[in-house]
Write a protein that binds this ligand. Structure first.
Ligand code: ATP
Ligand code: MG
Length: 373
């Protein structure tokens, strides 16, 4: 289902059992696939004593069944805020101040998740949507055995199931992520970090969801474990067909696993496109900066280049394009007028200089000695 997009051809994930797709294949598959979730003009605001923090603005997204959508951006760009708003895990002081999150359940129709009560949401939680957060420790209860936690979730979802059947199902779920069913008797604190994270992934799949939200699901584990877990996620996804919204600051990782990628900056999506296009021909200078900050694991080790400057203060956003103070290509227009997302190189980019960058402007930061050497 998913391909690796590293142009060097060196797969960093072992997805050999998963069919490799070209960009055209992915586009055709997404085109055929029905809509699953949509954000329409979504704004999320943190209402704080210091003021209203505009953490997400004007988010328009469409996710199709079976799609892996990556969301990348530096720290504080609004990735988790967006994921929480989409999954309705959002808690005060965050409020959805505008827009809708439409779910298209398989039985037809559409539901605006932002308009549902907690009680109504329960129907969709687990059933349609589930969530894997960064820290398994925070999500699994350390003083409960795994079986208790799994059986609770399974029986909550399927009230007719017997406890014995739920236990069997729990064992199957654990085995699906490579953990022996016998570990059901363990407390989560008795498991290694990687195992906890895999147990959490198994739990998120307990009720065969249509969509799994993953917020940095592997950052708490080492690189080797990270690869194993990602491979497992991709294999499960290819088998079970759920869609994934995958949040990380690591663009290179997303280039390997995603069907499409949205890049966030200062609470807005500044570019969205397919991995190969963003890798080779990112239209927003921020996208190119991010890519240079996280070289693919399959490339030889070289000096990492962060993006010069710091992310914007959301309470005091720069005028025009929020990226302009850090952008090597900024012109006067960028300081005065915020660019809207518009078609560029097969995707969408919110950059006044998108489109011209290929012909006339340097593709990378011209002030970087490594690039100009
Ligand atoms: P990271 O990569 O560090 O996880 P992120 O992209 O997920 O970052 P968010 O956590 O969504 O970023 O935060 C976006 C913005 O919202 C940040 O400026 C952050 O300071 C602000 N923010 C987050 N939580 C709160 C809160 N509870 N109250 C006020 N502001 C908040
Ligand atoms: Mg986050």
């Amino acid at each position: 289902m998913t391909t690796t997009h590293t142009p060097s051809g060196t797969d960093f994930l072992d997805v050999s059992e998963i069919a490799v797709e070209t960009t055209a294949d992915i586009a055709a598959r997404l085109e055929r696939s029905p809509l699953l979730l949509e954000a329409r003009g979504l704004d999320v605001t943190y209402v704080t004593e210091d003021g209203e923090v505009p953490a997400c603005r004007d988010i328009d997204l469409q996710l199709r069944r079976g799609e892996i959508l990556g969301i990348a951006g530096e720290s504080a760009s609004g990735k988790s805020t967006l994921l929480n708003a989409l999954s309705r895990l959002q808690r005060p002081p965050a409020v959805t101040s505008a827009g809708q999150v439409m779910l298209h359940p398989v039985d037809g129709g559409e539901v605006d998740l932002t308009a549902l009560s907690e009680e109504q949401l329960r129907r969709y939680r687990w059933d349609s949507l589930s969530i894997v957060m960064q820290s398994a420790m925070a999500s699994l209860n350390p003083v409960m055995r795994l079986d208790t936690q799994f059986i609770d979730v399974i029986m909550e979802h399927d009230r007719d199931m017997s406890k014995a059947a739920a236990r069997t199902r729990a064992g199957e779920l654990l085995e699906m992520v490579g953990i022996p069913a016998a570990r059901l008797r363990s407390y989560s604190y008795q498991l290694s970090g990687g195992m906890q994270q895999r147990a959490l992934i198994a739990l998120s799949l307990a009720s065969n969801p249509d969509l799994v939200f993953m917020d940095e699901p592997t950052t708490a584990v080492d690189v080797v474990m990270q690869r194993q877990i990602l491979t497992q996620i991709l294999q499960l996804q290819a088998t079970l067909g759920f869609a994934i919204v995958f949040v990380t600051h690591d663009l290179s990782l997303l280039l390997e696993i995603s069907d499409r990628i949205a890049i966030m900056y200062g609470g807005r999506i500044v570019e969205i496109g397919m991995p190969e296009q963003l890798y080779a021909n990112g239209q927003h200078p921020y996208t190119r900066g991010l890519r240079a900050s996280f070289p693919p694991l399959s490339e030889p080790v070289r000096r990492l280049r962060g993006i010069p400057g710091t992310p914007p203060d959301l309470l005091n956003l720069p005028t025009g394009c929020a990226y302009h103070p850090r952008c090597p290509l900024a012109i006067d227009l960028c300081r005065t007028e915020r660019p809207e997302l518009r078609p560029a190189a097969g995707g969408l980019a919110a950059c006044h200089r998108a489109g011209e960058t290929e012909e006339s402007a340097p593709r990378t930061d011209p002030t970087d000695p490594e690039e100009t050497a």
